[in-house]
Ligand binder design. Structure first.
Ligand SMILES: Nc1ncnc2c1ncn2[C@@H]1O[C@H](COP(=O)(O)OP(=O)(O)O)[C@@H](O)[C@H]1O
Ligand SMILES: [Mg+2]
Length: 253
């Protein structure tokens, strides 16, 4: 079994502002601290700025004002991003798609394919290594996308509604697997979703954003067990956590 660096990366946003043009102030004076190794879910109504926030954390978009800092500072390949659309290259097999980040790192073909194979095993996709993206179901494509993100052993994993387009059973399975992977690896995970159920199942902390300006409507620690199976979804504790998030979301909706 491989050993992983268990230290996640901590994220600190201080008075961050991000506007598009003169009139669309999407993130307005947002401060948020995410601890190393935390699993945090970011919830909020559509268009409130969740994706913008994630892009700011990833360094894919600059802040107009304020500061986004990672501790320890990000070095290449320590942060991985998973989008709602799996974004696989159609002309490459699942194995070759998964190995892509290692290719960019300059690893030899033999080593990167062996690692890609191991990463696919971790997400339950070994059978589909030789297939092309067009030959996969939505859930399988997302598993491949997750394997590709995990292959560099990122210490910060950012996910933007990754399972939103999947059927519910597939989504539940992937939620459970992601939670396990996080428990095994200890990286920091920031998971954007508009699903209250998904946030409550996955995260240890949930932040609900306001409709405008990415203000923090609710910042709540979820009092649920570390190990989570799908039976958790039927328990009173789960219902109670859902209720807390639902109330905050309804007030923003
Ligand atoms: N590159 C961009 N240019 C102009 N407006 C944008 C851009 N990206 C996002 N927006 C706008 O910013 C707001 C927040 O978008 P987004 O962060 O995608 O919200 P969410 O992910 O919560 O649905 C929306 O009104 C969206 O139209
Ligand atoms: Mg979005």
């Amino acid at each position: 079994m491989e050993t992983f660096d268990h230290s996640g990366i901590a994220v600190r946003l201080e008075h961050v502002r991000r506007a598009f043009g003169e009139h669309l102030l999407v993130v307005d004076d947002l401060s948020l601290e995410i601890a190393a190794g935390e699993f945090i879910a970011i919830l909020g109504p559509s268009g409130c700025g969740k994706s913008t926030l994630l892009r700011l954390i990833a360094g894919l978009a600059p802040a107009d004002a304020g500061k986004v800092a990672l501790h320890p500072a990000d070095t290449k390949f320590q942060t991985a991003f998973v989008f709602q659309d799996a974004q696989l290259l159609p002309w490459r097999t699942v194995l070759e798609n998964t190995a892509l980040p290692l290719e960019l790192m300059g690893m030899t073909a033999a080593e990167r394919l062996a690692r890609a194979s191991a990463a696919l095993r971790e997400v339950g996709l070994s059978d589909a290594e030789a297939r092309y993206p067009a030959q996969l179901s939505g859930g399988m494509r997302m598993r491949a996308s997750l394997a590709r993100a995990l292959i560099t052993k990122p210490r910060l994993l950012l996910l933007d509604e990754p399972f939103a387009a999947l059927d519910e059973i597939t989504r539940f399975r992937l939620d459970a697997r992601l939670r396990e992977l996080w428990l095994e690896r200890g990286m920091t995970v920031v998971f954007v979703t508009h699903s209250i159920t998904e946030a409550a199942f996955l995260a240890d902390r949930a932040v609900v954003l306001t409709r405008r300006g990415c203000g923090i409507k609710l910042d709540r620690r979820l009092e649920l067990p570390g190990n989570r199976g799908n039976d958790l979804r039927l328990t009173p504790q789960f219902a109670r956590e859902m209720q807390g998030l639902l109330t905050a979301m309804e007030e923003e909706g």
